[in-house]
Design a protein around this ligand. Structure first.
Ligand SMILES: *Cc1c(COP(=O)(O)O)cnc(C)c1O
Length: 296
């Protein structure tokens, strides 16, 4: 499974660090410009399984701005697999950048009503008989978790005491918990409002041996809810770009960076901590903003 290009760097973030607490970011966003960040990791064992099982098509679910959908479309194209995207909601008159890219990469898009989208098993049955490998929305699965566990092997991450990531489905977080060393504490920043079932969903992906590994979920950094991006968040993104040349996305990584900076300011991390932020990519999501909203 190739098409992976760059060496992953760990960038120190002096503007976020304070006496006794160092902050740095794992630049997984530089992994690939389409299958950026965590999506490739979550998909890789699932696509491998699809090929091993002799499936010629991979199908999955997502919204009109889903990073997962476009990553699946691109990865399938690279691997010679067909792809189907089940998209939540009626077909829009003008496609989002995400959907345009999905189409460009050959993904067959099927739009279903919000109600029908909730009935995933019923949707799957309409493809009965086809040679389809189904990937859950957001890549949520044990194979996705195992792929995400490999994120910590992309660079030298052993010296860090804390690892922080953004959470949608929690699949990446579960992988990081699985891979974390005993001296490392994993922190998940939920980008959904009131996602109270997240902990249960994360635990469901973890093998029994990991069930007593401590980790922390924080629910107060969603900025109003999924994909909401009020002005203060956009301002923060601009500031981070100016101070550190770190581009972030409105849905996940800006909220994550803001959370870590806020926690450092509140002395959440004990002296001597080394905090690693996982930049999980997703920059294509910023294309939904009006032109020139951001200077990167
Ligand atoms: C999809 C995505 C996430 C969320 O990952 P989960 O495994 O669903 O929690 C985080 N960051 C970015 C940039 C993403 O695209």
């Amino acid at each position: 499974m190739q098409f992976v290009h760059k060496n992953i760097i760990i960038q120190p973030l002096p503007s976020m660090s304070q006496a006794g607490v160092e902050v740095a970011v794992l630049r997984l966003d530089q992994w690939h410009n389409v299958v950026s960040g965590n999506k490739w990791f979550k998909l890789k064992y699932q696509l491998q399984a699809a090929i091993q099982q002799g499936c010629d098509t991979v199908a999955t679910f997502g919204g009109a701005y889903s990073n997962h959908l476009v990553a699946t479309a691109f990865a399938c194209k690279e691997l010679g697999l067909q792809s189907i995207g089940i998209v939540r909601g009626e077909e829009p008159e003008t496609y989002s950048h995400t959907l345009q890219h999905c189409k460009e990469y050959g993904m067959q898009l099927q739009f279903v009503s919000r109600q029908a989208f909730q009935q995933k098993e019923t949707v799957k049955q309409t493809y009965n008989g086809a040679n389809v490998y189904w990937v859950d929305e957001g890549g949520y699965s044990v194979l996705g978790m195992q792929g995400a566990a490999d994120i910590l092997s992309t660079a030298s991450t052993q010296a860090f005491t804390h690892i922080a990531c953004a959470c949608g489905t929690g699949t990446m977080l579960a992988g990081l918990i699985h891979a974390a060393l005993p001296h490392q504490q994993v922190i998940g920043i939920s980008v959904l409002k009131g996602h109270t079932s997240l902990q249960q969903e994360v635990n469901a992906l973890l093998p029994l041996a990991d069930h007593n590994k401590p980790y922390t979920l924080l629910h107060d950094y969603h900025f109003g809810g999924y994909a909401k991006h009020p002005q203060p968040l956009l301002q923060y993104m601009q500031q981070l770009w100016q101070q550190e040349q770190l581009p972030t996305d409105i849905v996940y990584t800006a909220k994550l960076c803001y959370a870590v900076q806020d926690l450092v300011g509140r002395q959440y991390f004990p002296a001597g901590s080394k905090v690693l932020i996982i930049h999980s990519g997703g920059l294509q999501g910023n294309l939904s903003l009006p032109l020139h909203t951001l200077s990167f």
